[in-house]
Design a protein around this ligand. Structure first.
Ligand code: C5P
Length: 214
């Protein structure tokens, strides 16, 4: 069956403060161009959701559609634009995607229909209240969820339809699938898959780019 990469890239990048985030460059290459370049060799088609009114930069091998007001709406639109049997959803804001993670996802998807990259949490976790340490959270068995996330398209369509019908939101697609009580496989993510969110992340991204591009 065919595989499509779906890249929500329609965020405004408010926290980063550099304009639409997917278009921000790190070492001369945009976050979007880096994400597309990582996925294009591994899938049959790449679809990107862009902010209204923006177009794909030249030389980025993908098809663009208009994104929505939320990440969830952008993914829903991307889903409607493909008939691929398997879809990989990946944030444009995670520009350093090792091929190994994609291979692991593609291997896991046939088993359960849904899988996500994730890393065991390394830091101590605590619930805070009014800026004070309230309750420690046992770190055991906790994972930090990343993208890419892979699905049989029909599974993710069902999850998005249910979310829309129920008015639910989730920060990612695996969360919508899990909400239906369906299994989601955790496959090893990668520290380099961090999401570029705040200005400080750009310094980290420059450092990773120096190794990545070498
Ligand atoms: O805001 P955040 O960094 O969590 O966004 C994650 C991804 O979702 C980014 O790649 C962003 O461009 C995308 N997004 C989108 N449409 C929105 C909001 C975010 O495609 N309306």
């Amino acid at each position: 069956g065919r595989t499509a990469a779906l890249i929500p890239a329609a965020g405004s990048g408010t926290r980063l403060g550099r304009g639409p985030k997917a278009f921000v460059e790190v070492a001369g290459k945009s976050l979007l161009a880096r994400s597309v370049a990582a996925l294009a060799p591994l899938v049959d088609e790449v679809l990107v959701a862009l902010p209204e009114g923006l177009t794909l930069p030249e030389g980025v091998p993908a098809r663009a559609i208009g994104g929505g007001a939320t990440r969830q709406e952008s993914v829903r639109r991307l889903l409607r634009a493909t008939t691929a049997e398997v879809v990989l959803v990946h944030d444009a804001a995670r520009p350093f995607l090792p091929a190994q993670v994609v291979h692991a996802l593609l291997e896991a998807i046939p088993e359960t229909g849904a899988a996500t990259a994730a890393l065991p949490v390394a830091d101590t976790l605590v619930r805070g209240a009014a800026g004070r340490w309230a309750d420690p959270v046992a770190r055991d068995g906790l994972w930090a969820v990343q993208t890419p996330q892979g699905f049989r398209r029909e599974v993710l369509l069902r999850a998005h339809a249910a979310a829309q019908a129920g008015g639910h939101t989730a920060t990612d697609d695996a969360g919508l699938v899990a909400r239906l009580g369906l299994p989601v496989t955790l496959v090893p993510g990668d520290a380099r898959l961090f999401k570029v969110t705040a200005p400080g992340d750009l310094a980290l991204a420059q450092a990773v780019a120096a190794m990545w591009d070498a």
